[in-house]
Ligand binder design. Structure first.
Ligand code: SF4
Length: 437
């Protein structure tokens, strides 16, 4: 049963998982377009003859979502709504052999570092001169900016090194060139990402070179905001904050997953840092950059986590008052060090603990947001939704942080992709409301 004529030369790319996968899909799209394919991202048109699914293999929920998406496209293929289905990304890297056996109707599975092979399979050329070039899937005024791939850290719960390999920094010259290309296309905000941002340069330049890179990116004309994500706490290159204080276009924002607060758990997780050192680092950062917004991510229910460990993390979150915080329930991942231990915290206890932390954090976020009422912030507007223009301050990243909502009125007119100054008039748990001034 065919519903629509399929366009032989049209490819629909579907991206699951994190911003690094978004980056990889965008790079693949640029290569395909340069090879004269008609490329779309997550289209509902159902007229693409080829689908490529960029999967996530991080934790259970993400893996299930990837498998469900693959099966949906395999069904579509059986119904003639697509001709070819290809799968790439982390799930495919990690479980290629099992997936080939279990879902034989997929035309081919590729790993996380197989862009040239995907192109070869589609009888397209890999164009080296286009490395770093992308077709953005984000609004055109901001872009995720991957500065390195892979990770050398031994965190016991994490399967990312299995899927993404060892840490590889992208040369600074290439990154600066890519940033210039993006700025020339109208990108104003760069979200710097990696598996471990603070490790940047240790492989290539035998030193932590994130501060140097930031200075060079900050010099790129047109880039008005630069945000830091996925920093690692131990061995933190504090010179990064000198550049942050020095340069107006480096946002007072830091995303640094910390995973837990009890030293007992941090040791078991092989994080290479203690509660005391983590607390001191957060205090040092706040002293060095007053007003910095800090985001972190935690894990609830790691093997052996006692009620006391959890209480310690809970009290610490109450004390540290992060601006933004997310929490995962521990997922027992094969081939990770933690998989050698018994996954002894019951699922409902993991969920309960994660909920308690998020309830606590919602209260903190609400209080911190109330303090913003009456203040004026520079806001970058991302989209229109119903009666509102929706944007973010320099303290907010897309998809994960607070948003600023400005009612659409004659006085309050902004263009998407533009900055405007907004006076905050009210606030709730995760959103701010205001008017253009
Ligand atoms: S630093 Fe992050 S990506 Fe690397 S092993 Fe640890 S948790 Fe995984």
């Amino acid at each position: 049963m065919k519903t629509k004529t399929l366009k032989k030369n049209k490819i629909n790319i579907v991206t699951l998982g994190c911003s690094k996968n978004i980056y990889d899909s965008e790079e693949l799209m640029a290569q395909l377009k340069a090879n004269k394919f008609d490329v779309v991202h997550e289209s509902n048109e159902e007229d693409s003859a080829i689908a490529i699914i960029n999967t996530c293999g991080f934790i259970d929920n993400a893996k299930q979502e990837s498998i469900d998406t693959i099966l949906n496209f395999v069904d579509a293929k059986e119904e003639g709504r697509v001709d070819k289905v290809y799968v790439t990304g982390c799930l495919s890297q990690r479980y290629k052999e099992d997936l080939e056996k279990e879902i034989p109707n997929v035309d081919a599975f590729f790993g996380t570092n197989e862009l040239p092979n995907i192109l070869k399979t589609l009888r397209a050329d890999y164009k080296k001169e286009l490395v770093g070039e992308r077709i953005l899937t984000t609004p055109s005024h901001y872009a995720y900016f991957k500065i390195a791939e892979g990770c050398d850290r031994p965190c016991s719960f994490c399967a990312i090194p299995i899927m993404r390999g060892k840490h590889r920094s992208t040369p600074m010259e290439q990154l600066v060139e890519n940033a210039k290309q993006l700025a020339a296309k109208g990108v104003k905000e760069l979200m710097l990402i990696a598996q471990d941002l603070t490790y940047y340069g240790l492989d290539l330049y035998k030193k932590r070179a994130l501060a140097d890179l930031l200075r060079q990116l900050s010099d790129v004309e047109g880039i008005e905001w630069i945000k830091l994500h996925y920093a690692y706490p131990s061995g933190f290159p504090m010179d990064v904050f000198d550049v942050m204080n020095e340069r107006d276009n480096i946002c007072l924002y830091l995303d640094m997953p910390l995973q837990h607060a009890s030293t007992n758990m941090l040791k078991a997780m092989r994080r290479g840092i203690t509660k005391e050192k983590t607390t001191q680092l957060v205090k040092d950062i706040r002293a060095k950059v007053p007003g910095i917004a800090m985001r972190t991510t935690l894990i609830a229910g790691y093997p052996g986590e006692t009620e006391e460990d959890f209480k310690e993390m809970y009290d610490w979150v109450a004390e540290m008052r992060f601006d933004r915080l997310g929490i995962f329930t521990y997922s027992h991942e094969e081939n990770t060090h933690a998989h050698n231990f018994e996954d002894d915290v019951p699922e409902e206890v993991k969920k309960q603990r994660a909920e308690e932390i998020m309830d606590l954090q919602s209260g903190i976020s609400w209080e911190l947001n109330q303090e913003k009422i009456g203040k004026i912030f520079k806001v970058l507007f991302d989209r229109v939704e119903g009666d509102y223009f929706i944007g973010r301050t320099e303290f907010d990243s897309p998809e994960v942080d607070n948003e600023v909502l400005v009612k659409k009125t004659d006085d309050n007119f902004v263009r998407i992709g533009d900055f405007a100054h907004v006076k905050i008039t009210s606030a709730d748990y995760f959103d701010l409301f205001g008017e253009v001034v």
